[in-house]
Design a protein around this ligand. Sequence first.
Ligand code: CDP
Length: 238
Amino acid sequence: MLQVTQKIGIKRIIIAIDGPAASGKSTTARRVAQRLGYTYIDTGAMYRSVTLKALRTGILDELRRSPDRVFALLREITIYFDGDHVFLDGSDVTTDIRENRISREVSFISSLKPVRDKLVEMQQQLGRTGSVVMDGRDIGTVVFPDAELKIFLVADARERAKRRYAELVAKSQDNSTLPDLDLIEEEIRQRDKDDEEREYAPLKKHPDAQQIDTSSLTIDHQVEIVHNLALEVQRSGR
Ligand code: CDP
């Protein structure tokens, strides 16, 4: 694919997809990347991995009192992707980072400046050659403000809670232990608030980003819209 892209002179662009929790960023980003033969980079998985490490090493509560302790945590951390799998310090953590406990704590960890500085540097390194679709909260505003295509996905909070609930049902062996829809919606709203109000790199739309409301779109439809926008930008050579 790389060879074909280079041969016919299509520009290797960066596509930044931002938006609040469960707005469909990761599914859209993954599928658009597949269609274009690009690499998909899930930056949320990186913040989740740091959160998992803080929990496993037992320093999460301590970090609330002494945030500077985070430097020690970051000194010896490796995060990398292999296809759809995420590895933290050499172990596959793809499933573990999706646990509810991590979803509840990740906004705190991602509000710490040293964490952001470290991960933004890693993300810029991963995307430096282009041909990437990267999703997160600050990709268009901080990580790649010059990305040729910037998308901001939004959706009604109730609709997003329904999607998250359906994901949990699909993964769960025992539905009686699942949180109810109201609780999921409350947690989503709280995380949006934390992400929007934090001091460093808050979730916000870059003025050039194209906003798409996915509340009443199917996933196929939203993939189609973003894919078409990407093809347009590639062809125009912008
Ligand atoms: O998939 P979901 O929308 O639940 O979230 P995610 O993309 O896995 O991101 C988890 C959390 O990481 C977010 O709620 C943010 O607090 C943080 N995050 C961030 O601060 N900056 C990014 N570029 C990506 C994620």
